[in-house]
Write a protein that binds this ligand. Sequence first.
Ligand SMILES: *Cc1c(COP(=O)(O)O)cnc(C)c1O
Length: 224
Amino acid sequence: MKGYISQKIASIEQEIPQNVTLIGITKQVDTAAMREAYLAGIRNFGENRLQEALAKQQELEDLTDVSWHFIGHIQKNKVKKVLENFDWIHSVDSLALAKRMNRLARELDLVPKVFLQAKILPDPNKYGWEAEDLWQELEQINEYDSLNIQGLMTILPWGLSSKEASTAFQEVAELSAKIKSAGYSRLKMPELSMGMSGDYKLAIQAGASQIRLGRTIFGERNSK
Ligand SMILES: *Cc1c(COP(=O)(O)O)cnc(C)c1O
């Protein structure tokens, strides 16, 4: 009999469009569960803590066709390690971080795929650019030629109604389209990273191309 994780993945894969990438968010999930997810077809894992992620990457070294996504806030002194160990970085959340990442990426001869984290609704607990600020800093961001900017990423505040969440996702999608049509050479915005366990269907309706699912696949995490 297939395990719970495999069944969940199969049912989610059935309900989402083929062009939407399902990232298994595996913070606090052990590598045995990650192997089960891999066997069920998951090839994208997302982590938010560097040390935890590096240990698991080592344990899963034999899974050579996995893409690793970093989704957590990045402290200054961790940028280099994140660059060296992740294929996608979803959490570029300030101009200072983008600048530093660009410089270190050039030094390391890397061109990481990154998302700019947008904060469309006020939320003191979250990082990211508010729309106005992002808009003002685009010209500068467009100069960072060692970053392969893929699009916007967002995390919604807790406790929104479906209608509010839906509206917020649409606003992020509109902001992304507006940035794209502004014509900056390096801001083509082909991807859109939004949607978690509680709201991914709404995110897909609004145009998400990458969804980040933890609890609905792997079960509840221990709250700390
Ligand atoms: C934890 C986390 C997720 C997954 O959240 P779930 O509710 O477990 O699906 C997605 N994105 C980010 C940035 C996260 O930190």
